[in-house]
Design a protein around this ligand. Sequence first.
Ligand code: PGA
Length: 260
Amino acid sequence: MNRRYRHTIIAGNWKMNKTAKETKEFAEEMKKLWTVRPKWCDTVICVPACNISTATKAFKELRIAVGAENVYFEPNGAFTGEIAADMLSDLNVKYVIVGHSERRQYFGETDQTVNKKVHAVLNAGMSPIICVGESLEEREKGITDELIALQVKSALSGVSAEQVRRCVIAYEPVWAIGTGRTATAEQAGEVCKNIRSTIRTLYGARVSRSITIQYGGSMNEKNAKELLAQPDIDGGLIGGAALVPEKFLAIINAANQDQE
Ligand code: PGA
């Protein structure tokens, strides 16, 4: 983390978990446990679309911003089952996850659709959390850096320097998601540093310094502190551990510690 230049953001990604009732129970539990407000870090939880309204009400007092897990890029029309960016911003959604590897893997998301979604989210006044990451095979082939740079460049194609300040990038190695296998802090820090240097090439040093880059992939209450100690890791995108109030709170507390 480097708080002099950028926000630390801890974001939960609930994926396809929790009903409206369970969302309210989570919020009640958090209220009991959460005694010290985080001074240094913003908190977000991205929930299934059908629970956005419930979560917005339940998380209000906790000051946890509500995010969405996906969006469609067209503004309206005959796209059965899809949700437009304006519909999300209308519900007070602040962040939208775009290009999560599960969407790339199971739902045909490509670098091109990710780029269109990034524009849709920005045009609706929200912040995209843009996920990038390599598979184990790609890491073993030694092409991680080129691949991630390409994903970042594609996602940001046509995005202005003004708009990019609202973007969050999440580095999520595919092999670390939901597997219990975390990238080492050094591995994660190295890729996040390279992402920042790609942004520097595209937008210059001032912009790159101010962008929040998260790590995601089996981040938990035990490894958060070490990962967040890396200078280019400014937060986390957390799946499994964000479903459990005690664990999520422990990660928030790790992100909120004073920096030496
Ligand atoms: P995980 O998920 O923390 O359960 O690995 C992270 C993510 O997919 O965003």
